[in-house]
Design a binder for this molecule. Sequence first.
Ligand code: TXA
Ligand code: MG
Length: 525
Amino acid sequence: MAYLRGIMHCIGTGVVMSVMSYDAYKAAFLSWNSIVTEDPRRLRDPSKIVLAPDVIVALRVLQKYYKLFILAHQPSITVEVSDSAQIAHFHEDVLQRLAHYGVQVEQVISYVKNSLHPFIEVAEERRLDLPGSLCISDRSQDIKLAGQVGARGIYVMSRNSTQTCPDLPPDSLIVVDIWDAVLHAMEMHLIQHRQPALSDIERAAEILREGGIVAFPTETVYGLGANALDPMAVARVFEIKRRPRFDPLIVHVADPRQVNTLVSQLPGQAQKLINLFWPGPLTIVLPKSDRVPDIVTAGLSTVAIRMPDHPVALTLIRRSGVPIAAPSANLFGHVSPTMAEHVYHQLGDAVDLVLNGGRCPIGIESTVISVSDDEAVLLRLGGLPVEELERVIGPVQRHIRTQASPKSPGQLPHHYAPRTPLVLRDRNAPELTRRCGLLSFTEPTSAEGFVAVEVLSKSGDLREAAANLFVALHRLDSMQLELIVAELVPEVGLGQAINDRLRRAAHKGGIGSTGSREVSDESRA
Ligand code: TXA
Ligand code: MG
């Protein structure tokens, strides 16, 4: 109960309380009006409620940092929907639809005017950190209630609000829609975690606006970013990375609505994938609009777009005000960076700023898929297992590109390579007379003859293995070894993407080919 000390005596007094224990959760209290597109006061049939796709994605972002609660004001909701069974049905229906999209609402809090403070009881039951929580609503009354318990209020100016400039507690924010609210909420989360500081992200955003280049963390790998709408800035990315101009870049957005300006058409299947998998490690290739410069897409009529699942990346894109074109922040053909140190090591001073956001949690690049009305083609295995995609849109064609069709050069056979020669471990064990390192999936039964061993996951967890893969490769590569022997992992889920990287790192890396590792630009990606 320590976490509630100070709450109870604030009831009715408007006193802000600030005591909270370390193990409490932060909550986001949302009014119905801030998430549904209809005015619930005029609802006769709950099934008529429309959940806008971008609202679903916004809530999926928000729930990563806050537990979600919906505030139901009984009098307003019951004007047309009168009995309590109907109201319960109404709540259940919306909650189920949100759950289908992976949005988990903890509870609908019903309250009537002048009843007990709606947040207090819930906070006690759920061990909520009220001062760390926030309230997103289009009712100034809710924002005031939030202020009474020390929670931050975010007032959404919806079409239903009557007041344009309501009387709000002094630290409240006023935003135009739920997306704005969610991105602010994420910034609050970042302020608390302080790595990197919000002021550094703002500086990075300014650099991007002025045509500069910033390396930034995403949930997959670090990206080397430029304003996607500025061809000169994008040209610098190609130069820094020494990437051939035929290899198009991914454009990163901070919310799904940004996609509309970048594409000429958004097929239904693509919208379905966005609704379910963004933000996340999924890049979707779509017909491009004229707004996207040709240099970004290497002259193709399509553009690859993704919304990263990382608070630093999303805040950077939002604050810069432009979509960000970014390949992985490594030299062309080399191992992707999953730590800021990897970026410094490979690109050094060539970049205007490197935002350090710690280690990338997924650790392997995004899955790339091209989607049209009639077909979906997998262009790169990656952080979202293909089985998950197929569960939603049915069978996906696998397109293995060759050097004869280098439109998606990430598919070229030689890629993701450390400088040290790498071979795959098989029955014909290599002669270990030289300085050899072992890259093992789980703890090896024998590491005899190896001077260094990297274990990807002691417990055999493929997610952990993916997150460790590039870090382990970077480490082995820095040890002046003569050979890296890598073991393949089980070929399921993320294992397919891991093995894809290992096979391509090993391409040309046979025991007899430990001489020069330099390959021509045409064979790298
Ligand atoms: O996780 C990721 O995807 C990271 C982070 C930074 O977002 N980015 C990344 O970018 O891996 P990059 O440039 O290293 O790989 C992008 C891949 C390349 O294989 C490229 O050929 C392909 O996406 N690609 C980009 N635009 C394309 C398009 N219009 N059609 C087909 N393939 C495309
Ligand atoms: Mg790359």
